[in-house]
Design a binder for this molecule. Sequence first.
Ligand SMILES: CC(C)(COP(=O)(O)OP(=O)(O)OC[C@H]1O[C@@H](n2cnc3c(N)ncnc32)[C@H](O)[C@@H]1OP(=O)(O)O)[C@@H](O)C(=O)NCCC(=O)NCCS
Length: 184
Amino acid sequence: MSVVEITSQHPRHIWSAMHDWGLAHYGARSVIYPPCILLNPHVIDLDDDVRVDSLCKLEGGQGMRLGRWTHVASFAHLGIGGGTLEVGEGVSIGSGARILSGTALPDSRCFSAASPAHWQHVARLVTRIEPYAFVGAGATILPGVTIGARAVVAAGAVVTHDVAPGTIVAGVPARFVRERPCSR
Ligand SMILES: CC(C)(COP(=O)(O)OP(=O)(O)OC[C@H]1O[C@@H](n2cnc3c(N)ncnc32)[C@H](O)[C@@H]1OP(=O)(O)O)[C@@H](O)C(=O)NCCC(=O)NCCS
């Protein structure tokens, strides 16, 4: 696994023309504010105009794509567990959100409550956040979940199932609250 630590010693604004951090793709005008940590940057694909605020951690895992105009706020942790994460354009991910995209297989210490077969299944899943969805601060998205387009995940929610497009969910586990008004 390769690790890139973008520290505050790097230029405040890091444009793709200056440094690509070894990313698979670093779109035009995209910016990663230091300090951030990138694991397996060679599988991370940032489209144009993506903004990743400082103190985020992106785990490339088996693949990560952030669509154009996506904003990731400080302390967010994306790609936890090392699977595949696909984020559509215009998505907003709040501060401290945790997006799981896979999970490590249980080791000899058996830190998992589930069977090894279950975790092998989970490890193959793809987590998706569709265009213009909003993930609130401190929310947790579990592996294999799809957050539908324009959906809103409330701050602090734990999302265990797919969220329908244009809906608001909240709570632990997250439940439907209502439709999102003024959906595009
Ligand atoms: C989910 C959310 C969008 C709803 O906003 P809203 O429509 O203005 O909702 P209200 O504040 O009127 O609250 C409506 C109800 O939902 C509840 N609620 C609001 N946010 C909640 C949350 N995060 N978790 C659980 N319940 C929540 C309220 O307590 C209220 O319940 P009540 O009717 O029983 O009193 C908003 O509360 C939220 O979580 N925003 C996220 C903000 C954020 O994380 N920004 C990113 C910063 S980096």
